[in-house]
Ligand binder design. Structure first.
Ligand SMILES: NC(=O)c1ccc[n+]([C@@H]2O[C@H](COP(=O)([O-])OP(=O)(O)OC[C@H]3O[C@@H](n4cnc5c(N)ncnc54)[C@H](OP(=O)(O)O)[C@@H]3O)[C@@H](O)[C@H]2O)c1
Length: 350
């Protein structure tokens, strides 16, 4: 094993492209209960960039190695007296129940140590590109549809940013469960792709009125259930499109990510509609869910996701590979409009 490795480190809170540097660091040594993982692939999620900007739901101490959500790698060594997957086994490192704190410390590096309770075996045949995205987005899609909103077969589900990874997984899962989706995208170019994926209806905010189109599709009362990861004016329109007594679960705020004006960080709700039509707008955060769900429920949901992926019901979009040293380009691509597939750092792939 080499004594040193490369790690992508942010020295301080700031714009990822400005604060990230490639550094040489010693390869860490696993302690009891830990495994040393040689990272093969790790995504650049919006939330990873949000952490570096100091605007996520938790703040690590800086300097910090980037990448806080998930990765796939091989077990290189186990700590003393540690039971765990065999050396050489391919595993996902991700948030799992019963391990407090931020999901994963620093996946944007060649080696990391992780609590063995955070390791999940990778289903056979799953590419590194999909495996490194196995936990966060598929689990979020599953929980939003089946637990948070308990959407029933035949019901409408309205969702924003339908072309996102979560959005695509929501469409696939909904088809599997017989749920009908109304999918909001911001570009006309994306409409056909979403329909081809199985989205029942698509609304394009580039040239269509979200509230009016929802009423045309679901009936004048609106929809009873929605998920939103855009927030801002689009999130507000989703709440307007809800039927009386309807519910929207907000799980992201993509429209606010590069904004600094406090007015741009809100969802401007119509008070009358929320009060007199008793609509609910509430949040969902996977980290908090892990902190509050019973461990057996969390394990059940994780294994359900693994099964759905292994059976091909959920297909995780392949990412676009970048070597670590092209990090500036990779983080710029991550937030570029119409960028297509998600950028991943591939360090030791197939
Ligand atoms: N709360 C949780 O626990 C949780 C868990 C997982 C994910 N999330 C959140 O879910 C969201 C989606 O994540 P992901 O990894 O699935 O995304 P992704 O694969 O990186 O895709 C991003 C998508 O968002 C669209 N988009 C970006 N900015 C937008 C805006 N201002 N208005 C409308 N659409 C916009 C892009 O559309 P174009 O193609 O037009 O560029 C693209 O389709 C993120 O906010 C993420 O943080 C939250």
């Amino acid at each position: 094993m080499p004594p040193s490795m490369r790690a992508l480190v942010a020295g301080e809170v700031g714009e990822p492209g400005d604060v990230l540097r490639l550094e040489s660091r010693p390869v860490p040594t696993p302690e009891a209960g830990q495994a040393l993982i040689r990272v093969r692939a790790t995504p650049i999620h919006a939330s990873d960039l949000h952490v570096l900007r100091g605007r996520y739901g938790f703040s690590p101490e800086f300097p910090v190695v980037g990448g806080h959500m998930e990765c796939v790698g091989r077990v290189e060594a186990l700590g003393p007296d540690t039971e765990g997957p065999a050396v050489g086994e391919r595993v996902v490192v991700a948030a799992v129940p019963a391990v407090p704190g931020p999901p994963v410390a620093g996946t944007w590096q060649e080696y990391l140590v992780a609590d063995t309770r955070r390791l999940l075996a990778v289903p056979d045949g799953l590419s590194d590109s999909s495996a490194c995205q196995l936990a966060v987005n598929p689990l979020t899609a599953l929980l939003l549809v089946t637990r948070e909103l308990d959407v029933q077969p035949g019901e409408w589900l309205l969702q924003t940013a339908a072309g996102s990874t979560v959005g695509r997984l929501v469409i696939q899962l909904s088809r599997h469960l017989g749920i009908r989706t109304i999918n909001v995208v911001r570009r006309r170019d994306a409409v056909e792709e979403i329909k081809a994926l199985g989205g029942d209806e698509v609304i394009c905010t580039e040239d269509e009125d979200l509230v009016r189109r929802v009423a045309e599709i679901a009936g004048p009362a609106g929809v009873r259930k929605a998920v939103d990861c855009v927030a801002g004016p689009v999130g507000a329109q989703v709440s307007q499109a809800l039927a009386p007594g309807g519910e929207v679960v907000v799980y992201g705020a993509l429209s606010t990510h590069r904004q600094t004006d406090p007015a741009a960080l809100t969802i401007p709700l119509a008070a009358r509609s929320v009060i007199y039509e008793t609509k609910a707008v509430r949040g969902f955060w996977l980290n908090r869910w892990f902190g509050t769900a019973a461990p057996e429920e969390a394990l059940r949901a994780l294994s359900q996701v693994r099964d759905l992926v292994a059976e091909g019901v959920l297909s995780i979009p392949q990412g676009r590979p970048f070597p670590l040293d092209r990090f500036a380009e990779a983080v710029a691509v991550a937030e570029a409009p119409a960028r297509g597939t998600k950028p991943l750092f591939v360090l030791d792939g197939d």
